[in-house]
Design a protein around this ligand. Structure first.
Ligand SMILES: [Zn+2]
Length: 156
């Protein structure tokens, strides 16, 4: 019996499919989208699905468009993700996420002595550096500290 790969996740009528998420990052994507027990939209996701380019995660959210802020956060943890906008069960728009060169107020600096971690009302600011296809590093504008791992854990 042949089983089509795309049957793994039910098709959605209207909403957003985030595809080619770095394997293992789907739960972080859900966290970025603020999905908790009181979230009302229908969501489905697959982790470690076999894609043409190796393992990937996929998240589908019905009746939701992502904000720029959400997209920027997703890009930082999964720079190869693609965003598919679905209407009437069809993909009407397909975009790669775009890595911003600079992000403000969305990641905490991991240097405890950084001024952005003091009681001053200062927003964190980072230059975004692309390490390789799958990885991003962030350099703090205040203390020059570089965060190259666990970005997801330090998202604000
Ligand atoms: Zn810093």
């Amino acid at each position: 019996m042949r089983v089509k790969r795309n049957l793994k996740i039910q098709a959605i009528e209207c909403g957003t499919v985030i595809d080619h998420i770095k394997a293992g990052q789907a739960l972080n994507v859900l966290r970025i989208l603020g999905i908790s027990s009181d979230f009302r939209a229908t969501i489905s996701f697959v982790m470690n699905a076999s894609g043409a380019r190796g393992k990937k995660d996929v998240v589908k959210i019905e009746d939701k468009k992502l904000s720029i802020e959400e997209l920027n956060r997703i890009t930082l943890i999964s720079p190869k993700a693609t965003i598919n906008i679905i209407r009437d069960f069809k993909v009407v728009q397909k975009n790669n996420v775009v890595l911003p060169s600079y992000v403000e107020g969305i990641v905490r600096c991991t240097n405890p002595n950084c001024i952005s971690n003091s009681n001053e009302p200062i927003k964190s600011k980072f230059f975004v550096l692309q390490e390789d296809e799958e990885r991003v590093a962030l350099q703090c504008l205040y203390c020059e500290h570089v965060i190259s791992e666990n970005i997801a854990e330090n998202l604000l």
